[in-house]
Design a protein around this ligand. Structure first.
Ligand SMILES: [Zn+2]
Length: 332
């Protein structure tokens, strides 16, 4: 804590986003709009600016519109924070994929069918997803001192809570990102090569010099209070590690470090019958499920592609060619 205090002393990061601003000690809420898009793309955003100066933490949720736990957790964070005792500024975009929210879109946004979290840093002359990514890169990520992209399993996904950070070029950025992942307090953590997650917002931020993580807890369209509370606590822990707030409780256990996440995907559209659940430990070659046709005829016997923990599992009967099926976290 003492080291962080020294590092952040006198820092004054970004305190506005696209015309939405707050004075010291103020909370501002409003919609920010991506320029040049018709129909408009408006995202609810909140700035909580502490009375005292300090770093700026940028947070996004709802990049995937049916991931409800992080949307609720980040919203609660903005209402829980007291600007009188906050050092620095929180800028939260509560629902990035706003066009997908009432459509309950899975993975992608309904305007151009693209996954926003594969489109960073974006392009201001591009299509809707590229423009949204460019807008957030320039108006939220750049100028912030740290960034958390809050996610959970999508409508058809179960997962064991994990955080990912990027082994960015700058070792100090990587070190700070890893520390954010550690204090978040989820079960698993993995440092990834940025090339392996092209277009991801947190990797883009890290490559631009902003310590960043993606954090995942919750699943399957269920907005349960336990998962919401865990995301909220993780965000609070990041803020206290940045000396923006006092600690809200004792430190959480360190995550189990993973050396890699091995994804298994389907090459065919089929029905999916996994025989494992998240948290199961599997050994390479072990049967983990089956793909069948619509008559129930077995098509593919699925064998674990690595030994490790099932961290991520699709739970939909229907899977489309190219879809992920499960992710195995390999212990380091
Ligand atoms: Zn997501």
């Amino acid at each position: 804590m003492a080291e962080d205090d020294a590092v952040w002393e006198g820092v004054m990061g970004r305190v506005e986003i696209a015309g939405l601003s707050a004075e010291p000690g103020e909370v501002s809420r409003g919609y920010v709009s991506v320029p040049g898009l018709v129909p408009s793309w408006d995202m609810p955003a909140v700035i909580v600016r502490g009375r005292e100066p300090g770093p700026t933490l940028a947070v996004t949720s709802g990049m995937h519109a049916a991931e409800y736990v992080p949307i609720e957790a980040v919203t609660q964070l903005t209402r829980w924070l007291d600007p009188d005792s906050l050092r620095g500024t929180l800028i939260a975009v509560l629902l990035v994929n706003s066009p997908g929210f009432y459509e309950r879109s899975i993975y992608v946004n309904p305007r151009d069918g693209l996954n926003l979290n594969r489109c960073f840093p974006g392009d201001r002359q591009g299509g809707p997803a590229a423009r949204v990514a460019n807008f957030l890169t320039q108006n939220l990520l750049d100028g912030s001192d740290a960034y958390v992209d809050a996610h959970c399993g999508d409508l058809i996904e179960a997962l064991s809570p994990f955080t990912l950070w990027t082994r960015a070029g700058d070792p100090e950025v990587a070190r700070r990102s890893r520390e954010m992942a550690r204090v978040y307090g989820f079960e698993h953590s993995l440092g990834v090569d940025p090339e392996s997650v092209p277009g991801a917002a947190y990797a883009t931020a890290a490559l631009r010099g902003i310590p960043a993580i993606i954090a995942e807890v919750g699943q399957q369209g269920i907005c349960d209070s336990d998962s919401v509370g865990r995301h909220l606590r993780g965000l609070q822990n990041v803020m206290s590690s940045l000396a923006m707030i006092d600690p809200v409780g004792p430190p959480l256990p360190d995550p189990e470090p993973m050396s890699q996440m091995v994804w298994m995907r389907t090459e065919i559209s089929a029905t999916y019958h996994p025989t494992v659940v998240v948290g199961d430990r599997v050994v390479a070659g072990q049967k983990v499920g089956e793909l069948r046709d619509l008559f129930g005829e077995p098509l593919v016997a699925l064998e674990a592609a690595a030994s490790g923990v099932v961290v991520f599992l699709v739970t939909s009967l229907a899977v489309k060619a190219g879809d992920p099926l499960l992710g195995i976290g390999v212990s380091s």
